[in-house]
Design a protein around this ligand. Structure first.
Ligand SMILES: Nc1ncnc2c1ncn2[C@@H]1O[C@H](COP(=O)(O)OP(=O)(O)OP(=O)(O)O)[C@@H](O)[C@H]1O
Length: 325
């Protein structure tokens, strides 16, 4: 049996604030196989970024994480001493943030960043520069040599995001977390970057967690999708099944809006209300205040349950007769 690249069991994250604890993610469990792309979707505040940062131990101050286990290539890394974890992250795990500017040293050229990442390159300086130019070509930068000599502020947001993607590819990590890498880009550049990810996922031997709030993007780039709501996974499964037959009312709303956007309808269906933060009831479905299917039967904590040939859903209304085994 092949070991998944990543196995997360019951990950919880909270922030210790003056007024008390703010829970951010609850009981998040999933696996990611080698070479696969997992789309992590949900509206702002649902816990996508914090969950991913917790896995990479990049939580901001005040954030605390616990998990039954976090296995990487079969080895539990949750309790790894900080030094060892830093080494693993440096070599194997990478994150691409929304804003590429923060990932570059503003007073150093693009080439300097490649030299820094590639300092152990067996081909020395010449080898680094040749591979860096090739990585830039892979992300469709036409004149890699010139680009390597430029400073971050001399490049547009789209170009800088391409350079960051090239830099990450150059370092050959096994797991890449891409956190809304197109959020700050205009529509045309966004399309180009998404197409680029789509191309790279076929060519590089890495696994991706691709965070987005856009269902259409998740559908295009992912093999499987996790939908998060109020810090919990509410649905997860293979992309094709989840998009064709979404079961959770929240996922249904997201898919409906995505299809309407593709169809260019005049008025989009909205999921009214907002996710809210922190003070979620433990004895009621967290989506209840916004759910069109809500009734008194939803007034207890709802567990994720398996749905045959689909995945997992956190909704008591999601079962259908054809799901019976
Ligand atoms: N440093 C922090 N201190 C306190 N709370 C925080 C901190 N960072 C994030 N949070 C809270 O954690 C929750 C989840 O945030 P997170 O950034 O993971 O959401 P998200 O789903 O990624 O949203 P977005 O799409 O806006 O990035 C939010 O309620 C947010 O306010």
């Amino acid at each position: 049996m092949t070991v998944p690249l990543l196995e997360i069991a019951n990950l919880n994250v909270k922030f210790r604030l003056g007024a008390g604890d703010l829970p951010v993610s609850s009981d998040v469990s999933f696996t990611l196989d080698k070479g696969r792309v997992l789309g992590l979707i949900g509206e702002s505040g649902s816990g996508k970024t914090i969950t991913s940062k917790a896995i990479l131990r990049l939580l901001p101050a005040g954030g605390e994480m616990s998990a039954d286990h976090i296995r990487y290539n079969g080895r539990d890394i949750a309790a790894l001493p900080p030094r060892e974890f830093d080494r693993l992250r440096g070599a194997d795990l990478a994150m691409i943030f929304q804003d590429p500017v923060g990932s570059f040293n503003p007073v150093k050229t693009v080439g300097w960043h490649f030299r820094k990442v590639g300092r152990l390159h067996p081909g020395g300086h010449g080898g680094i520069m040749a591979d860096a130019a090739e990585a830039l070509r892979q992300v469709d930068i036409a004149d890699p040599k010139t680009t390597l000599g430029k400073y971050p502020h001399q490049l547009s947001g789209g170009m800088l995001q391409r350079c960051l993607i090239a830099l990450v590819m150059f370092s050959k990590p096994s797991l890449i977390v891409a956190d809304e890498p197109t959020t700050n880009l205009d529509n045309l550049v966004e399309r180009q970057i998404i197409d680029l990810f789509d191309k790279l996922r076929r060519e590089v031997d890495a696994s991706f967690i691709f965070i987005t709030h856009d269902m259409t993007i998740a559908e295009q780039v992912s093999d499987s999708i996790i939908v998060m709501y109020a810090g919990q996974i509410v649905e997860q499964g293979p992309t094709e099944a989840l998009m064709r037959d979404p079961r959770h009312p929240y996922t249904q709303g997201l898919v409906k809006t995505a299809r309407e956007l593709e169809g260019d309808v005049e008025k989009l269906t909205e999921i009214s209300g907002e996710v809210g933060t922190g003070a979620w009831p433990e004895n009621r479905c967290r989506f209840a205040p916004r759910c069109p299917l809500y009734d008194a039967a939803c007034d207890h904590a709802i567990a994720l349950h398996h749905v045959k040939e689909h995945g997992e859903v956190r909704c008591i209304k999601a079962n259908r007769s054809e799901d019976a085994i």
